[in-house]
Ligand binder design. Structure first.
Ligand code: ADP
Length: 474
């Protein structure tokens, strides 16, 4: 942007008030008129006043301007005076339509006239009454009153008129220049303000990314460190049974530590999987493998495969459905992850003796899947935020449950990739409910694959182990 270029201000759309403070103009005009004892007014390019008249004569105020025809003749006369002055580049002294002497000083911006300061309503010699009587009749004013008012009009020398016109011209020029410079400065400062605002937005954005990056590093390092420490200590313990030549170890001790290590390997796998998927979704490389499949069966299978885990924490898991079968298009593997994620949270945040309900409802064009628990609940002000990456209600290092704050944001993205929505409702202390709304859509030419998956039970066991790896059932 070249701010010194005049063309970047559109002079064609400029009005007098854009360039000059009308109050300042009025104050100058009043003082000029009073000190010179000459009437003055400022008009736009069409000859219409933009200031209040200063020291107007009775002749003009009470008579000439006082009829519609007189007023429009005055505007025409003002307009012509301004145009002539602008054309000649000099103060223009002329006789107005009624016969008085006026002078015009144009206000120009970049060569274009945007208004005129006028002075006058005077005479330089004794007038011929008959001409004024004729005008009175033409414009429809009281003839005798008009002549009486004419007699009060000031008669001055031509030299005085020229001097007054010159003053007005110099001031009009100064107003034009100062006003225009001010206008340019205003525009530049507005542009700069816009630039600053844009830069601030960029800074805010980059701060947000920096914060996310910091959060990512601290979450990932914590999430990597915990399982690795556990695996390492377990290995050290197993090592302590190695007394040189022989390895003395009871098989149940071995299987205990081997299980601990496995669970923590699953936890690492889960973290890496989630990070990879999050990244894929962010860059738009994540694709769904949509198939027409029975959503009720998939949800039921996954819920039932978790009952055992829930029971380990003395939690009841109850599955119920309003519809026995509903074939719609969805990615069953991604949906298993969605439900496992929600169930793992429910188990994590529900105390022993609590309940978890998985329900499926039929709602016109949608299937509703609800995962509800009687756990610790979520504060109202966190209900929206928990779907943001790395958000945890209790993020302190002394918190009761492990986790990375990635699960729900991934769940939300996966549901939305299916064209669905997920919402959370909760009452602190009374439990939480997550409701997925999934549109009932079908795709063409795809067969139901779920029933053909012979290893789906084993698959589920493995997936459950991965998704539940940050819950320690002790
Ligand atoms: P995390 O890995 O920490 O569980 P999530 O994204 O799955 O991450 O969940 C974010 C946060 O939302 C959790 O840390 C927890 O504070 C809250 N939350 C999620 N589900 C529940 C639930 N069923 N009951 C109570 N709090 C929940």
């Amino acid at each position: 942007m070249n701010t010194s270029d005049n063309s970047y201000i559109d002079v064609d759309s400029l009005e007098l008030k854009d360039v000059i403070d009308i109050n300042v103009l009025q104050s100058f005009q009043d003082n000029f008129a009073r000190s010179m004892d000459i009437a003055s007014v400022t008009v736009d390019v069409n000859g219409n006043p933009v200031t209040e008249p200063s020291s107007y004569t009775d002749f003009c105020m009470d008579f000439t301007h006082n009829t519609k025809i007189g007023d429009s003749r005055c505007a025409e006369s003002h307009k012509r005076g301004g145009e002539e002055a602008a054309r000649s580049g000099k103060p223009y002294i002329y006789r107005c339509h009624a016969g008085l002497i006026d002078f015009a000083a144009p206000i120009l911006v970049n060569g274009k006239q945007i208004g005129t300061i006028l002075g006058g309503q005077i005479l330089t010699s004794v007038p011929l009454e008959s001409d004024f009587r004729k005008t009175a009749r033409e414009i429809g004013v009281h003839e005798e009153g008009y002549i009486k008012a004419l007699k009060k009009v000031k008669i001055t020398s031509e030299k005085n008129v020229e001097a007054a016109a010159e003053v007005l011209f110099i001031v009009a020029n100064a107003f034009s220049k100062i006003g225009y410079e001010e206008l340019k400065l205003k525009r530049i400062s507005k542009d700069l303000e816009g630039e600053v605002l844009k830069k601030n937005l960029l800074i805010e954005e980059s701060n947000k990314y920096n914060n996310l990056k910091t959060q990512l590093f601290s979450t990932v390092s914590h999430e990597l460190k915990t399982p690795i420490n556990i695996i390492y200590s377990s290995l050290q313990l197993l090592d302590s049974f190695n007394n040189g030549d022989s390895f003395i170890l009871m098989s149940d001790t071995f299987s205990k530590y081997s299980n601990i290590m496995k669970q923590n390997c699953y936890r690492l796998i889960r973290l890496i999987n989630n990070l990879i998927d999050m990244n894929k979704i962010e860059v738009g490389f994540f694709s769904l493998n949509l198939r027409n499949n029975d959503i009720v069966k998939v949800i039921e299978d996954i819920a039932l495969s978790v009952v055992e885990y829930a029971n380990l924490k003395n939690i009841n898991l109850i599955f119920d459905t309003e519809i026995e079968e509903k074939v719609i298009a969805f990615d069953s593997e991604k949906f298993e992850r969605i439900i496992l994620n929600l169930l793992s949270n429910s188990i994590k945040f529900t105390k022993s003796g609590g309940n978890i309900y998985v329900n499926i409802y039929d709602e016109n064009e949608n299937v509703l899947i609800s995962v509800k628990d009687t756990g610790i609940g979520i504060p109202e002000d966190m209900l929206e935020k928990i779907f943001d990456t790395f958000t945890q209600v209790d993020a302190s290092f002394r918190r009761n449950a492990e986790g990375s704050g990635i699960g729900l944001s991934l769940v939300k993205s996966l549901v939305e990739l299916h064209g669905g929505t997920i919402t959370a409702q909760s009452k602190l202390g009374n439990g939480s409910e997550f409701i997925i709304k999934l549109p009932m859509k079908l795709i063409e030419d795809k067969v139901d694959t779920h029933k053909n998956e012979s290893n789906s039970v084993n698959n589920n066991v493995e997936k459950t182990k991965i998704e539940f790896s940050d819950i320690y059932f002790t």
